[in-house]
Write a protein that binds this ligand. Structure first.
Ligand SMILES: [Zn+2]
Length: 381
C-alpha cells in the first residue's frame, strides 16, 4: 500500500497538487489519504499554500513540497578551483564561496578545505548540521555509481578509487553523494531550463571535455559511471598527446586545455579553460577563432551522440561556452546527422553557468534522501 513517502513523491514531482489529486492517483481511501497528508504536514515535509481551486463549493488547498525542510551542501571540484554552496531543497543558493583548491591538489587537501568551508558557511547562515539533508560533491571524472568512488579518472591524479563518501561522512556526519560534474550540471540545466525535455545532453567544454545525459528526468550514468565520457574518443588523423596518456583524444584536440596551448603558441598567456574563457569574454579574435575550430571538432563527435540518443536539447557549458563554440558545433553537427535526429533538436548555451552543477547536486541529494523508501522508513521510525 502506498505510504506517506509515496504520497510525498506525487507532491514533490508536482503530479498531485491537492488532496483530491492524491485520492484519485493512489486509489487509497479518503481517510488514509488525509492521514498520510497530516503525517507529512506534521513532519514539515509539505506545506499548504492557501486555498484557490474550488471543487464542489469547498476551497481545495494546494500542497507543495517544503523546500525549507532542510538545507543541502553542494561542492563542485574543478580543475582550477572549488565552489561550496548552501542551498534549500529547491536548489536556491543561500550562501556560496569559492575556495582555492583544485582537483590537482589531491583528495585529502581538497576535501579538508571543503569541510572547513561547509562549516564556515553553515555557521554564517546559522544552520545546525542536524538541519542538513546531505552533501553532494561533483568531480571532473567518472564516478562508480555503486561506491561513489572516482573510477579511473583521466585528469584527477591521486583520486582513483578514493573513498570520498567515508572521508566527508566521518567529518560532517551527514549523507554524502558523489557525482560526475557533467552529470550534475546536465540535471541542473534540465530542471531549471528544460523541465519538459525527455532527453538532454550537456557538453562541458572546460580544461577537459565531458558529457552528462539526462533521460526521462534521470541522469544516465552507464554501467561503470563512464557514460558520456567523450573527451577520450580517439580521432583519426590526430596524434596530439592527451592528459590521459593516449594520443589523438578529442580532449587533446578541442578542449580548453588544447585551445590554451594554441593561444600560447601565438604568444598569449593561457594554461587552462578558465584562461581561454577570459580571452573569450574580452573579445579576443584568436580565442574566438580557435574556440570555433574546437567547436567544429566537438560537433563531429556529438553528431554520433545525437544520432544515438535523438535528444531534444544539446546544452553547451563549461568555460568555453560561447557564441563561437556554438557556431562551430552547429557547423559540423547538422551536416553529419540525419534530419530526423535533429528535427526537434535545440543546441544552446548553458543558462546557469557554473551554478548548473550546484542545482543538479541538490536535486540528486533530494531525490535520494526524500525518496518514497527513505521517507516511509523515517516515518516508521
Ligand atoms: Zn585522452
Amino acid at each position: 500500500m502506498p505510504g506517506p513517502g509515496d504520497v510525498l513523491d506525487l507532491i514533490r514531482e508536482r503530479r498531485a497538487l491537492t488532496r483530491g489529486d492524491v485520492l484519485e492517483m493512489t486509489g487509497l481511501s479518503r481517510m488514509t489519504v488525509y492521514g498520510r497528508i497530516d503525517t507529512l504536514l506534521e513532519a514539515g515535509l509539505i506545506v499548504e499554500t492557501g486555498a484557490d481551486r474550488v471543487t464542489g463549493g469547498r476551497p481545495s488547498r494546494h500542497l507543495a513540497f517544503n523546500s525549507a525542510h532542510a538545507a543541502v551542501i553542494a561542492a563542485t571540484v574543478d580543475t582550477t578551483h572549488t565552489t561550496v554552496a548552501i542551498t534549500d531543497l529547491a536548489g536556491r543558493i543561500t550562501a556560496e564561496e569559492r575556495i582555492e583548491v583544485a582537483v590537482a591538489d589531491g583528495p585529502h587537501a581538497t576535501l579538508t578545505a571543503i569541510i572547513s568551508s561547509s562549516q564556515r558557511l553553515l555557521e554564517k547562515e546559522g544552520i545546525a548540521i542536524e538541519r542538513v539533508a546531505g552533501i553532494g560533491i561533483s568531480v571532473p571524472g567518472p564516478v562508480d555509481p555503486e561506491t561513489g568512488r572516482p573510477s579511473q579518472p583521466p585528469i584527477m591524479p591521486g583520486w582513483d578509487a578514493y573513498p570520498i563518501v567515508d572521508h566527508l561522512a566521518d567529518a560532517l556526519g551527514v549523507p554524502v553523494l558523489v557525482a560526475n560534474d557533467a552529470d550534475a550540471a546536465a540535471l541542473g540545466e534540465q530542471q531549471a531550463a528544460h523541465p519538459d525535455s525527455r532527453a538532454l545532453c550537456f557538453i562541458k567544454v572546460s580544461s577537459g571535455i565531458g558529457t552528462g545525459i539526462v533521460l526521462g528526468g534521470q541522469v544516465y550514468r552507464g554501467t561503470d559511471g563512464g557514460a558520456g565520457d567523450i573527451g577520450h574518443v580517439k580521432l583519426t588523423g590526430h596524434d596530439e598527446l592527451c592528459q590521459c596518456g593516449a594520443r589523438g583524444c578529442l580532449a587533446a584536440v578541442a578542449s580548453g586545455g588544447a585551445v590554451a596551448q594554441a593561444l600560447t603558441a601565438l604568444g598569449k598567456d593561457a594554461v587552462s579553460g578558465s584562461d581561454v574563457g577570459a580571452y573569450l569574454a574580452a573579445g579576443d579574435p584568436d580565442a574566438a577563432r580557435l574556440t570555433q575550430d574546437a567547436g567544429r571538432v566537438i560537433g563531429e563527435v556529438v553528431a554520433t551522440v545525437v544520432s544515438l540518443l535523438n535528444p531534444s536539447d544539446v546544452v553547451l557549458g563549461g568555460r568555453l561556452a560561447s557564441a563561437p563554440l556554438l557556431a562551430g558545433v552547429r557547423e559540423t553537427l547538422y551536416p553529419r546527422s540525419l534530419p530526423r535526429a535533429t528535427r526537434h533538436l535545440t543546441i544552446s548555451l548553458s543558462t546557469l553557468g557554473e551554478r548548473a552543477a550546484i542545482v543538479g547536486l541538490t536535486a540528486l541529494v533530494v531525490e535520494r534522501e526524500y525518496s518514497a523508501a527513505a521517507v516511509n522508513a523515517a516515518v516508521a521510525r
